[in-house]
Every structure is written in structure tokens, then in C-alpha cells.
Design a protein around this ligand. Sequence first.
Ligand code: G3I
Length: 336
Amino acid sequence: MHRKKFAPRRPTVALGMFTAASLAVIMAAEPSAAASTLGAQAAQSGRYFGTAVPAGKLGDGTYVGILDREFNMITPENEMKWDTTEPSRGSFNFGPGDSIVSHAQAHGQRMRGHTLVWHSQLPGWVSSIGDANTLRSVMDNHITQEMSHYKGKIYAWDVVNEAFADDGSGRHRSSVFQNLLGDGFIEEAFKTARSVDSSAKLCYNDYSIEDWNSPKTQGVYNMVKDFKSRGVPIDCVGFQSHFGTGGPPSSFQTTLSNFAALGVDVQITELDIAQASSTAYGNTVKACMNVSRCTGITVWGIRDSDSWRTGENPLLFDNNGNKKAAYSAVLTALGG
Ligand code: G3I
């Protein structure tokens, strides 16, 4: 009221022009205006920013506050793994996974399904199967039941997780699947997955495949190349990205773009970095931002106290839920 009284009166025409010009500037600036959260900033380039979530944390108000403010993709940390979802043969338990999906749906977050076929967190009744026919039908049934249950609710599935060895051979690791079904178990899993839910993206997910010069990376690359050349369904490769203090290898962007050139999306699926240096986090995010088919980044937990890497402080929020320096580095690298 007071201000209005002393404000110089603007001619009507000039006021009209000023308003129109301001509007044009605002409208032009809007798409690139910096966002104030990881998810919103990632969305500006068509990407997502996600985190691993354990169902047990959904009752923690501080945790959930950060989750719903910052993240628009969720990976269940353990709740969709075989030991939880089919603890005994033919007896399925989707309760813990369902609670995470319900949360995500209520808060506009998408889901990554993790994981259908993995040698770890595998119940003893599966690892002790001794014949190929039984294992094949058990594996296919597991994929079918779990994917059917979540059909339409999962953006991407880690169909097979960590199937390659760490021994420098570039070959598959030993597992009940490999040992009974042979190399073909991976493509069998992907074909089954496609037949169950043709709208979910089907991913292969692994760790220590970020360095282009590593035999393990080359092994996975050759598998994806072979799958694409033979029409075996595969849509994406997840790079877990559990890094040491130095962050990603210098070839990480090359690796991402070489895989993308095969015709798959690439995603950073379980990012955490010992001691969370801003440079290391920034470099990781930049590598993804520089590859158009790198469609999203997921960190493996929210606060350091939520991390599986006890004592390494590898995440973006401290134990009290405060943003760490690396948070700003990530937001900036995302384009903020
Ligand atoms: O559920 C039991 C609980 O009943 C029991 O009382 C408790 C006692 O230790 O253990 C609980 O299980 C733990 C489970 O997490 C749920 O909290 C397991 O011991 C523990 O080994 C398990 O760790 C998980 C780990 O995968 C197992 O391989 C981590 O939370 C999870 O972050 C981690 O995630 C993996 C990805 O799936 C794949 N890539 C590597 C990544 C890090 O290891």
C-alpha cells in the first residue's frame, strides 16, 4: 500500500511491454533454470537420480524426508532378491518389496527391480539343486513369478547380476547357474524376462566393469555385443560403481559410450565412493552426463549411516541427513 503510493506511475503501454518482455525471459529461462534437488536437476536432462532403499527405513522420518525430496528412482536394497522373494521353492514373499513399490507409487518415484538371477543372497534350496532341468525350470519360474507380480510397476530389471569373474579371465564366474546350465543361462534369463514383461527394460548389472581396459569389462562388452548381434533381448547395462577414494577410472566415460554404441542404455546403478570426495563424485556424474544414453544415476544409500560400507562415509548425506560437499558437486555436475 505504502509503496504503491510513492511509486512513479508507469504509462500503461510501457507497463504492458515490460510485462510481456519479462514473461518471454522467464519462459525462455525456465527449462534450464537450476533445480534445487538431485532428482529435479537430473530430470532437466531427461535423466533420473535414484537411491537404494531398504524397507526397514521407510518409518524413519528424516530418511523419508530426504528420499522424497531428492530422489525420483528407487532400487530396493535387498527386498527383491531371491532369498527374500522365494525363500522356499514355489513359496513367494513379495511383502517387503511391495512396501517399497507402494511408497514409490505414492510419491511419483519409479522403480528399478533388483535382482532376478544372482549367485548371492540365493537360498540354499537353489544352490543345492543338482540337475540342469530342475534348475532351468526353477530359474524360469522365479523370473516369471516375480516379474508378473510387479508387471507394469518396474522401469528396469537387473535380470542377471554379477555373473562375471574377478580373476582376470573375462569369463563367467562359477555359480550354480553357470555350473549346471553353462554360458547360456544368461540369455535364457533375458529371453524369459522379455516374454513375461515386454515393457520393462532388461539390464545386465555388474561391478568393476567401469575401466575399459579391464578383462571383466571386455567380457561383459563382448556378451552384450553378441546378444545384440543375435537378437537376444537386452536393453541396458548397469555399472554399479562402488569406487575407492579416487572415484572412477579415467576411462569410465569411454566405457559408457562404447557400451551405449552397441545400442543399449547405460546407467550408474549403485554409486558410492570411499570418503565421498567432491571431485570423485563430480567426475562420475560428468561421465554420465557426457553420454546421451546414460539415462540415470543411483546412489547406494542416502546417509553414510545407511551404507553397507561401514566407516567409509561414501554417500552424499552425513549421519544426520545433512548434505555433504559432494552433494553440491553432484548437483553442479548434473547441470545445476
Ligand atoms: O535380513 C537379515 C536379518 O534377518 C539378520 O538379522 C541380519 C543379521 O546380520 O542380517 C540380515 O540380512 C542382511 C541383509 O543385508 C539385510 O540387511 C545380510 O546379513 C547382509 O549381508 C545384507 O547385505 C546386503 C548385501 O548386498 C548382501 O550381498 C546389503 O544390505 C546390500 O547393500 C548389498 O547390496 C549389493 C547389491 O545387491 C549388489 N551389488 C553389491 C551391493 C553391495 O554389496
